[in-house]
Design a protein around this ligand. Sequence first.
Ligand code: GLU
Length: 258
Amino acid sequence: MNEWNRLVVKVGTSTVCHKNGAPNLYRLDLLCRTLSDIKNMGKEVVLVTSGAIGVGVNKLHLPERPKEISRRQATASIGQSELMRIYDRFLNDYGSIGGQILLTKDITENSIAKANVIATFNALLAMGAIPIVNENDSVATEEIVYGDNDTLSAVVASFTKADILILLTDIDGLYDKDPSCHPDATLIEMVTDISAVESLASGSHTNQGTGGMITKIHAAKIANAEGIDMIVASGKDPRILYDLLNGVPHGTMFQARR
Ligand code: GLU
């Protein structure tokens, strides 16, 4: 059994949405049930969720993500409210309360805003709510954009002094080779020295390469530097969180120096 009391769980668009962009209600339901149950065990949970743009594209029946910034930001605005409506409804079913927090990158540079948001996280958790975080895609411009929620989730883990950061994604973890073109690729279960695995991700030809690992390794660096362990595991079945809590290893653990 892992002694984690405060967990930050991040889910990507591929976990939250079907391939056609429609929200994956079965998985979102399971996710909300599992997070609520973990909270019922007396633990504190923060959820970092992607999907605003994906859900917006689907709701507006757009053929693809708009290229024009204002249209993309408008799409995110529509998708984010829809996403929150779905979370709210499922969390409500399981007796939980969600509280939305939308962040932009400048939060880390503005010490007053940073202190305020940290206080808000702590107040939400003290109220027994589940903070639900995304990047504020409707206002974030190039200068203040994280661009990926892996990095954002590591920042949130650091703000909340989490015991563990868990990234649930569409791959099983970090492989020694790109598993999509090397059937003999093996999963790396434990990383204690990030510099030793960095080349695995940077050597991949696309962002998906070794499984979209560049941003995950970047997130691990931020989390580990704060003494927070990070796990990358499959989000196919969110009940994997029970196993992780029970000390059953899945995916790749990026272990912070003790
Ligand atoms: N914030 C973006 C969204 O909600 C996702 C960013 C990411 O995929 O990491 O659509």
